[in-house]
Design a protein around this ligand. Structure first.
Ligand code: NAP
Length: 530
């Protein structure tokens, strides 16, 4: 069942605070640092991306010493909305002081102009009635909103459990309720989003699941009704596990534009953190004015992905390692090449909710080659006999090419060639052969791989060389081929071509290929310099 807004029993409803409602942007950048100087310098740069920041005062040894600078920051930036947090160690923060010290620091932050203070629910529970009443009247006098938060660092409970956590907080009648959990599966995001949808009907709620699996909640919770979500100031400056950078949330995932009509796609696999697919596809969606987004999903179990596809729901998925074979039994139908190759890299959800499978890796190999040569009867050597080689061998045989497979483990080459009706070649015979094209499908030459070339220099006997490796963009094999004056095809072209076909399957529109190629190339160059 698609994620839908559910109703909540009247008894669960918390009164909306009577104070004027503070308007907040959708994105809050969390900033922490070991010293006040660093904290405020980071805050200054965060303000360039968002006028809503959280200062983690508990990251400092003496949080109270930062209060004068906090006041100055707010005087310099009248446009800023600021949350002050001083979470104690026992509840997942860094502050080693007592409850009364925490309340005192938060009160001082409020009196210095902080717009919101974040108090963990355990502290609210531990405080005596007079202590809490004094704290709240100081906040009221300062015009500061109260956010009460709960953090579960081990798991995400079912939606009912999360709603209970939200209602425990709501009993204190804060201005904002924040429930943070830890995602152990993708399905945990559904619990968070359901809780957010439910609670947003009667209070301002923030709901997030930490960890790499919780990325869906970080991107989609405002769309589900959350008051805001959190980001880090930059990659590497995260204040919580799985936090995305402000740049990623705003510029890549376009947080501000996501709404109920946004179509959701995903790239799924493990590992997935460095996948270029979201950048490439979101750029294409934007270019074609499509209201759509692509999320990177780290998948530990296929069932978990199938749940998300069904219940989020997802319109389409780019499937990567190690799921390409595993998804086959779950497809209602697939194109003939997918069935023949036994690997699927693209899922489309039909209007009937069923999954349809395609293999666009084949087009990724065939298209760049057919643009440069006639494939019928062309002699093509494929180096390697793994997953990428399968797409190349089956695809090129299908186009009428005379395909030869050579692989480090010869038996694998024999098996693949037999299945695809190709030829097999022992590596020691390569020097005597000549080909129209050589396609490298081994990882040789890839950054981090010791072996630079997939063959010896005297074995490079072809008019064209296609290297599937694209990190670095110009591999040792392509450099050698270029130096010999041979035509070359980079692995980026394959990556973009397989992505362009996915785009067409999902949207029915021609893909903006040159724009897709441009952003992928730019990002790879940026990463190479980082
Ligand atoms: P895979 O299934 O693990 O297969 C790797 C193949 O390379 C195997 O045949 C293996 O031989 C061979 N190999 C590995 N290390 C070798 C070495 N040091 N010397 C000689 N042969 C070696 O991997 P895959 O999924 O096919 O991916 C292979 C490469 O293609 C990766 O670099 C991947 O990034 C790239 N790729 C690029 C695209 C793109 O869009 N451009 C798409 C898919 C894949 P054995 O059988 O002896 O182990």
């Amino acid at each position: 069942m698609p994620l839908a807004v559910s109703s909540t029993p009247e008894t669960h409803a918390a009164p909306v605070p009577a104070a004027p409602r503070l308007r907040v942007p959708k994105l809050c950048i969390a900033v922490q640092a070991a010293t006040p100087a660093e904290l405020f310098s980071r805050a200054e740069s965060a303000i360039k991306d968002s006028i809503f920041i959280e200062l983690r005062l508990d990251s400092l040894v003496r949080p109270v010493a930062a209060i004068p600078d906090l006041k100055k920051l707010l005087t310099r930036h009248r446009e800023l909305t600021l949350i002050a947090t001083c979470r104690r160690k026992a509840f997942g923060g860094h502050f080693a002081g007592s409850l009364s010290s925490e309340l005192e620091i938060l009160q001082k932050a409020a009196e210095s102009g902080a717009h919101i203070v974040d108090l963990e629910v355990e502290s609210a529970e531990q405080a005596t009635r007079p202590q809490l009443a004094k704290f709240r009247s100081a906040l009221q006098a300062a015009g500061t909103a109260l956010l009460i938060s709960s953090h579960d660092f081990s798991r995400t409970r079912r939606p009912d459990g999360l709603i209970q956590a939200a209602e425990k907080i709501a009993a204190f009648q804060p201005d904002f309720v924040k429930v943070v959990s830890t995602a152990r599966s993708l399905a945990d995001n559904l619990s968070v989003l359901r809780m957010v949808q439910d609670q947003s009907l009667h209070q301002r709620i923030v709901g997030i699941a930490m960890s790499e699996e919780g990325v869906i909640s970080r991107i989609l919770s405002p769309r589900a009704g959350a008051a805001f979500t959190f980001a880090s100031a930059a990659e590497g400056a995260e204040t919580a596990p799985g936090q995305l950078s402000a740049h990623a949330l705003l510029d890549l995932y376009r947080l501000e534009q996501l709404d109920q009509a946004t179509r959701i796609f995903a790239v799924a696999g493990n590992p997935i953190a460095h996948s270029l697919s979201p950048l490439m596809h979101i750029t294409a969606f934007r270019r074609e004015n499509l209201n759509a987004v692509m999320l990177p999903l780290k998948v530990r179990a296929l069932d978990d992905l199938l749940t998300i596809i069904r219940e989020l729901p997802l319109d389409g998925v780019a499937v990567t390692m190690p799921l390409k074979q595993e998804v086959l039994p779950h497809l209602a139908n697939m194109d003939p090449l997918t069935a023949k190759i036994g690997a699927c890299n693209t899922l489309r959800t039909g209007a009937d909710g069923k999954l349809y499978g395609f293999n666009t890796d084949v087009a990724g190999v065939v298209r760049p080659l057919e643009r440069r040569m006639k494939l019928k009867n062309a002699r093509i050597l494929v180096l390697g006999a793994g997953g990428a080689a399968r797409a190349a061998v089956f695809g090129l045989v299908d186009q009428g090419a005379e395909v030869y497979v050579a692989n480090r483990t010869h038996e694998k080459a024999v098996a693949l060639a037999r299945k695809a009706k190709a030829h097999v070649l022992k590596q020691n015979l390569l020097a005597k052969q000549r080909f129209d094209a050589i396609v490298n499908t081994t990882p040789c030459g890839m950054t981090g791989i010791k072996q630079q070339l997939p063959l010896k220099e005297n074995e490079l006997n072809a008019a064209l060389v296609f290297d599937m490796v694209y990190t670095p963009i110009e591999t040792p094999l392509l450099k050698l081929a270029k130096a010999r004056g041979l035509a070359v095809v980079s692995g980026i072209e394959m990556f973009v071509q397989q992505g362009a076909r996915q785009f067409e399957i999902w949207t029915g529109k021609p893909a903006p290929e040159s724009e897709m190629l441009r952003v992928v190339e730019l990002e790879l160059r940026r990463r190479a310099q980082a």
